[in-house]
Design a protein around this ligand. Structure first.
Ligand code: SRM
Ligand code: SF4
Length: 563
């Protein structure tokens, strides 16, 4: 669908109503009208079909096995116990029995039939959650570093991310009207969208809040990023980053991943104004014709940072101060127990690819039923933190965690703990190759290889995506795989462990055997030539095994170390 088509659908949708309510009543098909599938994205609802049975159904002349993915918005990733229990119950009653934690700290249900959509959405509304703006051309789930009680600054940053989320949520009543109340607004424009207007943004928009030294939110991949700055234990403000984004398309050099640029510093009280103004700038200047050129990163790239700062300061009258110094050490999670400032404990569980299966869900239910946790938190790396645990309950909790197979961080290798996979097949309509289902095997093979070279204890980030959209942020991994076709991937190498440098194409459209052979050479070099404390990606760049990407445009330019 062209950008112009999507713009028309948005304009005609009467603030995201379309004909969704009528389409839900149609018993003849499990699908919605094409135009409504655009509208429902803004409601956090994606129409999909089970791709494992797509061909068989086509041959049997059946319509695809339509089903829906629902993404629940969870600003900062924090979920209250009663909310978690509701999500859990809905997963088994009206979805496919699993809960998928996402790379943006949200929660997804898969395999929901059209007739169950209302039940599911009403279920999340009943515990004061929603899915509005979890997808669509609006500001998405606002991310925040996930261990807010480690210090005061974490708690404040979380609050700011939740305020940002509330401030930038569309004002339309369509979500409530269609899914909850059922009352139709039939004519005219029922409510104002002061920020977004009739056509919302040209494209999705993403915001993250990072707290150095942890870059778990991958701040440089965000359209707009805020890096919390601390002085004497107090949050004094945020460095602002603009123009990050990762999605690109194979063979289309006009599309590329881009790292956000740090443009200055603002005190906390200016945060909402700055965010709102940047969103408005993208609303007014983003490309509304070509959706492949519509992200904010291209607006920034085409018009330049000086233009952006002038526009931002001119509109908001907020004047940026020079950025403050900061340092990141890694973009992964810290596993295991952490003591919070209030004396409680939090456990960061390792959930492979964020997929929680029924037994694990049962375990979480048991922990919550026994009042062992104050809340659960989805991390930016698809893991789960159990927060507010009493020191006295730690041993009992560890037992339950083992019984239900809830965590294996102490048994998993540093490679596995630093791996991410996007959903890909069988639900994602964009997938060109496997990701989540392939990750466990792929990592096992890389683990064996690292062990052969004696570097198995080195943490290395490995991220795999089923297509170049890059939902697992593969271009920020030391080893990135991006699907080309079934069983074939692009291999990218050399990103920085702290998420501050993109990687670069090392193999194009390669088989697993070719990838493993290439990685074998990389690990051999690393084992022989690394300096103390040096990370894999840094070594590959320093040793010339891979040329660095100085700009996002370099990422897809093949660099073969043998030539
Ligand atoms: Fe994503 C589209 C899954 C994080 C870049 N993403 C999709 C869709 C909805 C496919 C579609 O449009 O039909 C995928 C649904 C698969 C499924 O069956 O569930 C999908 N994206 C995901 C999730 C669930 C991956 C995961 O394994 O966790 C993540 C949900 C995040 C959330 O809770 O909001 C997810 N997607 C990302 C990220 C990472 C991030 O935001 O930190 C990116 C790269 C960063 C960026 O946006 O640049 C990302 N997703 C995309 C793109 C490419 C956008 C672009 O600029 O080109 C698409 C396709 C699109 O928008 O047209 C896409
Ligand atoms: Fe789907 Fe591609 Fe995103 Fe993976 S990277 S979830 S295959 S859109």
């Amino acid at each position: 669908m062209s950008g112009t088509d999507v713009e028309k659908i948005k304009r005609d949708s009467r603030h995201l109503r379309g004909t969704v309510a009528d389409g839900l009543q149609d018993p003849v098909t499990g699908a919605l009208a094409d135009s409504d599938t655009v509208v429902t994205k803004f409601h956090g609802i994606y129409q999909q079909d089970d791709r494992d049975v797509r061909n068989a159904r086509r041959e049997a002349r059946l319509e695809p096995a339509y089903q829906f993915m629902i993404r629940v918005r969870v600003p900062g990733g924090v979920i209250q116990p009663d909310q978690w229990l509701a999500l859990d119950e809905l997963a088994s009653r009206v979805a496919n029995g699993t809960i998928r934690l996402t790379t943006r700290q949200a929660v997804q249900f898969h395999g929901v039939a059209k007739e169950n959509l209302k039940t599911l959405i009403r279920g999340i509304d009943a515990v004061l959650m929603d899915s509005l703006a979890a997808c669509g051309d609006v500001n998405r789930n606002v991310m925040c570093h996930v261990q807010p009680e480690a210090s005061q600054i974490h708690a404040e940053a979380l609050q700011w991310s939740q305020r940002l989320s509330a401030h930038l949520t569309p004002k339309t009543g369509a979500w409530r009207e269609i899914w909850i109340d059922g009352e139709k607004v039939t004519d005219g424009e029922p409510e104002a969208e002061p920020l977004y207007g009739e056509t919302y943004l040209p494209r999705k928009f993403k915001i993250g809040v990072a707290i150095p030294p942890v870059n778990d939110v991958d701040i440089f991949s965000q359209d707009l990023g805020f890096i919390a700055m601390e002085e004497g234990g107090r949050l004094v403000g945020f460095n602002v980053t603009v123009g990050g984004g990762l999605g690109c398309s194979h063979g289309e050099p006009k599309t590329f991943p881009r790292l956000g640029d740090v443009i200055g510093f603002v005190p906390p009280e200016q945060l909402l104004k700055v965010a709102e103004t940047v969103v408005a700038i993208q609303r007014d200047f983003g490309d509304r014709e070509d959706r492949k050129h519509a992200r904010f990163k291209y607006t920034v790239e085409d018009r330049g940072l000086d233009w952006l700062v002038r526009e931002l300061e001119g509109r908001s009258r907020v004047f940026l101060e020079p950025a403050r110094p900061f340092d990141f050490t890694g973009n992964g999670d810290r596993y295991g127990w952490t003591e919070a400032v209030d004396g409680t404990w939090q456990m960061n569980l390792f959930i492979q690819s964020g997929r929680l299966f029924p037994t694990q869900l049962q375990g979480l239910r048991a922990l919550i039923d026994e009042h062992m946790v104050s809340d659960v938190r989805v991390t930016p790396n698809q893991n789960l933190v159990l927060a507010g645990v009493d020191a006295a309950n730690r041993a009992r909790m560890e037992e339950a965690i083992a019984t239900y197979g809830l965590d294996a961080h102490d048994k998993a290798s540093p490679l596995r703990l630093n791996a991410l996979a996007c959903v890909a097949l069988p639900t994602c309509g964009m997938a060109m190759a496997e990701a989540e289902r392939y990750l466990p095997d792929l990592i096992r093979r890389i683990e064996e290889m690292a062990a052969r070279h004696g570097v198995e204890e080195q943490p290395v980030t490995v991220r795999i995506s089923g297509c170049p959209n890059g939902c697992s942020r593969p271009y920020l991994a030391e080893i990135g795989l991006v699907g080309r076709a079934p069983g074939r991937y692009n291999l990218y190498l050399g990103a920085a462990f702290d998420g501050a440098r993109l990687n670069r194409l090392a193999l194009d459209n390669a088989s697993e055997a070719e990838i493993l052979e290439h990685l074998d050479a990389a690990f051999a070099g690393f084992a022989a030539g690394r300096e103390p404390g040096e990370h894999f990606g840094d070594f590959l760049v320093r040793s010339g095994f891979i040329a660095p990407a100085h700009h996002g445009r370099d990422v897809n330019i093949l660099h073969d170390h043998r030539t």
